[in-house]
Design a protein around this ligand. Structure first.
Ligand SMILES: C[S@@+](CC[C@H](N)C(=O)[O-])C[C@H]1O[C@@H](n2cnc3c(N)ncnc32)[C@H](O)[C@@H]1O
Length: 248
């Protein structure tokens, strides 16, 4: 019988602490390492692992059945330079040895529209600081979202960190600089819907206080978006009974 995959999971219910990564043990080689945070079904890094056999790839995901299925799919294809972990990224910053992650990707993170869920959002200033510490100089953070107010929040958090510098235009309208696509990105491409992107590069070590920037209301019902934009955004994010009470 097929296992039910929850549409949304609460990261605070995932209590997994991973032992520090030793790339040689996990992958059989030490190499440039890309991390896809909130990798969903994991196809994006599977594609990248196939086209970049010289590198290593890791996906973090809080929905266990997706992780198990992604690992099984990769091994069935004979791809060994990719691993998936069932873990909340925020409980596992120590998992990564300093300077080994060449790129973090945060793609189409859940917008968590309800105020009581804002703290579940993947990207926030503390995580940006941690990534800033973990990356080597020249390492990158790539992020994209289809929810414009959320993309603006993500850009604000990233741009406030002095260790990293934006290398795509700040209007967030740049095409994807990479050829691979996530499941969500393919969906938006098929529907001809806009996607907002940012790419930051580490230029120096982080210093000073972590910027204090609060989460913002990214709910398009309360933002001044035109109705068509609201319908478009709520489509994939609303539960089956559309309506304010059901927004995640
Ligand atoms: C909207 S999906 C996008 C999946 C994929 N990145 C894509 O673009 O197709 C966001 C994913 O992030 C995962 N997620 C949310 N919070 C997380 C956390 N703290 N650590 C790891 N994964 C998380 C969710 O379970 C969900 O699968």
């Amino acid at each position: 019988m097929a296992r039910r995959v929850r549409k949304h999971a609460n990261p605070f219910n995932v209590d997994v602490r991973l032992e520090r990564l030793v790339q040689e043990q996990l992958f059989g080689k030490k190499a440039a390492l890309e991390v896809d945070v909130g990798c969903g079904a994991g196809d994006y890094i599977l594609q990248r692992a196939i086209t970049h056999p010289e590198s290593n790839f890791l996906g973090f995901e809080i929905r266990k059945p997706l992780v198990e299925a992604a690992l099984a799919r990769a091994r069935a294809k004979g791809v060994r330079n990719v691993w998936y972990f069932y873990a909340n990224i925020h409980d596992n910053y120590d998992f990564f040895p300093l300077g080994e992650v060449s790129r973090f990707c945060i793609q189409f993170p859940d917008p968590c529209f309800k105020k009581k869920h804002w703290k579940r959002r993947i990207l926030h200033p503390l995580f940006v600081r941690q990534m800033g510490k973990l990356l080597p100089i020249g390492g990158e953070i790539f992020a994209q979202s289809d929810v414009h107010p959320l993309a603006e929040e993500m850009y604000t958090f990233l741009d406030a960190e002095c260790a990293i510098k934006s290398i795509l235009p700040p209007d967030l309208r740049a095409p994807n600089p990479f050829p691979e696509r996530t499941e969500w990105e393919r969906h938006h491409e098929t529907e001809n819907e806009p996607v907002y992107r940012m790419l930051f590069r580490k230029i120096t070590e982080p210093s000073g206080d972590i910027p204090k920037i609060p989460f913002r209301d990214t709910n398009p019902l309360r933002a001044s978006s035109p109705n068509s934009e609201i319908d478009r955004i709520l489509g994939p994010y609303s539960h089956q009974n559309n309506g304010k009470d059901h927004l995640i």
